[in-house]
Design a protein around this ligand. Structure first.
Ligand code: GUN
Ligand code: ZN
Length: 439
């Protein structure tokens, strides 16, 4: 049975960061037809109704039918420590993150958090996440098992740390990181809608031997993505310099170990040297902007304008739980605010593209997710553009679609998510209140 969804539709025929907002395609009375997990047809509502009279119709009225959001960098194991007060990166890792990640040696705990995490992300309209696990292979099994059960397109990898800068209970070795990552890759990569991502946490918690081993694994599996962190805070960069005294810069610690390339995802990438900017562009690597994290942990202001002008491939991400939200709407708002501080007003079309097609492109997956078009996998978020009184009263004044969308970008949350479809099936949204008050 095919499903015909009616509403306002928003899709992209190009990249608004480089080609302008005119590449967005908005249809006030649009429709998409979903069949066998894919978008089989798209166009005007009346036309599609006539063309597909047998389809089951869901009429979303004035709500906006968009591709589901794509979160290009997150740490699902940090779900329970999101919004932890008062620290900068290295203290934050030691005080909150590492103790929590140790709990993932228990597969039951990992399964519990994976379930909670996907409840929350789906309730926020996010249909694909690229996540870090912990050092425990079981954390990756838990994540992929839950994503597979829900029919999601999902990316993840085992976080690798073998240096004594990481706590004793949270260390692997160069060999075990290679072996475990390879075993997980062979088990999960390409199963249903799942992709394995080779995941050295960052240079400070890996030995050169481990970086080399993971570089070798990537060379053996070039169809996999590789994710890590790069130049998030200035203290971190100084730390990298002290640990890798012969490296030309932070990026060189990856480059010299086979960990720089197309399909490499570099989280944060804020304080870059000119050589790093050039090399990242030359290899067409992906830079992942994590704006709520960068303000929450006090890291700095990503140079969205300069980097996209220079032709960099950029994705957008929550960086949960360094980031302070599960919502890509909130993340778009933070991206807008950070760009404002750099005197560049990102257009709503640019923000929406970054949270959907742009992030999918950063994961080299924009041919199948992140946009609405015939043939794409049917991951959909239906957005109520009047989800609260404050948003509604502003949206009611809107003169065009962008003025109608922007209040939801700036003020929207999970209440704006009217429905979600993943892999062509409607998702039951269970990650919403009411909740018990904390004691
Ligand atoms: N750098 C290394 N690990 C992490 C992490 O878990 N979160 C953030 N924000 N930065 C990191
Ligand atoms: Zn991160």
């Amino acid at each position: 049975m095919a499903d015909l969804l009616l509403g306002q539709t928003l899709a992209f025929d190009g990249n608004p960061m480089t080609d302008g907002p005119g590449v967005a395609r908005h249809d006030r009375t649009g429709a998409i037809l979903i069949r066998d997990g894919r978008i089989a047809d798209m166009g005007d509502g009346d036309t599609l109704r006539q063309r597909h009279p047998q389809a089951r119709v869901t009429d979303y009225g004035r709500a906006l039918i968009s591709a589901g959001f794509v979160d290009a960098h997150a740490h699902y194991p940090q779900t329970a420590i999101i919004a932890s007060w008062g620290k900068r990166l290295i203290d934050w890792l030691n005080s909150y993150t590492f103790p929590e990640e140790m709990r993932f040696s228990d597969p039951a705990y990992a399964a519990d958090i994976a379930t909670r995490y996907f409840d929350l992300t789906l309730a926020n309209g996010t249909t694909t996440v690229c996540s870090y696990g912990t050092i425990h292979p079981e954390s990756v099994d838990a994540y992929f098992t839950e994503a597979q059960r829900r029919g999601l397109c999902a990316f993840a990898g085992k976080t690798c740390m073998d240096r004594d800068t990481a706590p004793g209970g949270l260390r692997d070795s160069a060999q075990s990181a290679y072996d475990d990552s390879k075993r997980l890759l062979e088990r999960w990569h390409g199963q249903d809608r799942l992709s394995y991502v080779i995941t050295p946490r960052f240079s400070p918690t890996s030995t050169p031997e481990q970086l080399q081993a993971l570089g070798a694994l990537w060379a053996e599996h070039p169809d996999c993505l590789m994710q890590t962190h790069l130049s998030e805070q200035t203290d971190e960069i100084a730390w990298v310099k002290s640990l890798y005294p012969t490296a030309r810069d932070y990026l060189d610690t990856y480059e010299s170990h086979g960990l720089l390339g197309h399909g490499g995802l570099y989280g944060h990438a804020i304080h870059l040297e000119p050589r790093e900017v050039d090399r990242l562009r030359e290899v067409d690597a992906s830079l992942i902007h994590c704006p709520t994290s960068n303000t929450f942990i006090g890291s700095g202001l990503f140079d969205m304008d300069g980097l996209t002008r220079a032709g960099h491939r950029v994705g957008l991400a929550t960086d949960t739980g360094g980031g302070s939200s599960f919502s890509m709407l909130r993340t778009m708002a933070a991206a807008y605010e950070v760009a404002q501080l750099r005197h560049r007003a990102l257009h709503p079309a640019e923000l929406w593209w970054l949270a959907t097609a742009g992030s999918a492109r950063s994961l080299l997956a924009d041919h199948r997710i992140g946009n609405l078009a015939a043939g794409m996998e049917a991951d959909i978020a239906v957005i109520d553009l009047a989800s609260t009184p404050a948003i509604a009263q502003r949206a009611n004044r809107a003169g065009d679609i962008w003025e109608a969308i922007f209040p939801t970008i700036m003020m929207g949350d999970d209440r704006a998510i009217r429905a979600v479809w993943a892999g062509g099936r409607e998702v039951t949204l269970s990650g919403r209140g009411p909740y018990k008050n904390p004691t």
